[in-house]
Design a protein around this ligand. Structure first.
Ligand code: ADE
Length: 266
């Protein structure tokens, strides 16, 4: 995977990406990262790339031409026109499924806006994907681009040392991750759940799956509506709904009752 980031703050991207797992993957050659300073494509000769918005209003707008030239120069060098992702709160909200589908690309280009935005005409002309990382407003697209690159990179073969660690984590199968414990067995009076010390792989697996279901119910119940649930999962959720397995609120019980009625009909 080769990443290209069009930005006014290349050092922010370089500093953020050359650390930890992603930094090591870049060193090993599993990933590459190049930044493009949009300011280098200023058309005014003094490095300015923004101007006042037509129609008035606060803030400045990034001009179309420098952004266009930056992308065209890159596409010319590559001999291809890779997907161009514009980071914006107006975009489609990023999720794990999008990370998986972006990870198969050979190249991805990110356009990081600043000020009040980017002239709409250049966005219409060159952007292929409008992506938001959540319903809040950042001061620029750089952090959002780094969030996306981090999540996408984990899905690129060879980036994680143990491919399994990518497979079983939250969202891979539409559920949140189960809790993890390490030594000591007792910490400040809190014990590791005994089933994890039993050495019984089947029971450990079932317990973890149940914990994933319970956590998802408590924190992100809407994910349960889309998750693939087997007979054992539904059994556990039935018991939760009846108040026979774990502490669930009356609201959670009625949510489950509806969910199970629906998924049994389907
Ligand atoms: N730029 C500013 N806010 C953003 C967000 N929430 N997601 C992506 N890009 C942004």
């Amino acid at each position: 995977m080769n990443y290209y980031v069009m930005t006014l703050f290349p050092e922010m991207i370089e500093n953020g990406m050359h650390t930890s797992i992603i930094g090591r993957a870049i060193e090993r050659g599993c990933l590459s990262l190049s930044t493009v300073n949009i300011r280098d494509y200023s058309v005014t000769g003094n490095g300015r790339i923004d101007d006042y918005p037509y129609g008035g209003g606060a803030g400045m707008v990034m001009q179309a031409e420098p952004v266009y030239r930056a992308y065209e120069a890159l596409a010319g060098r590559l001999g291809r026109r890779p997907r161009l992702i514009y980071l914006t709160p107006q975009g489609r909200v990023f999720d794990q499924g999008m990370a998986v589908s972006f990870a198969v690309e050979q190249e991805l280009v990110f356009l990081c806006g600043h000020y009040e935005g980017v002239d709409e005409r250049v966005l219409d002309e060159i952007v292929t994907d409008f992506v938001s990382i959540g319903d809040y407003v950042l001061t620029g697209g750089e952090l959002a681009a780094m969030v996306m690159m981090d999540a996408i990179s984990r899905m690129v073969p060879g980036v994680l040392s143990n491919q399994e660690s990518g497979q079983y984590e939250s969202f891979q199968d539409g559920l949140l991750e189960y809790p993890q414990y390490s030594r000591p067995e007792e910490w400040r009076g809190r014990l590791v759940p005994p089933v994890l010390l039993s050495g019984h792989h089947g029971k450990v697996g079932r317990w973890r799956r149940d914990q994933s279901l319970l956590r998802t119910l408590k924190s992100r119940p809407e994910l349960l509506e889309k998750a693939e649930l087997d007979r054992y999962d539904r059994d556990y959720l039935q018991r939760l709904a009846r108040g026979e397995a774990g502490a669930v609120t009356p609201e959670e019980q009625s949510f489950l009752a509806k969910l199970l009625a629906i998924s049994e009909k389907a």
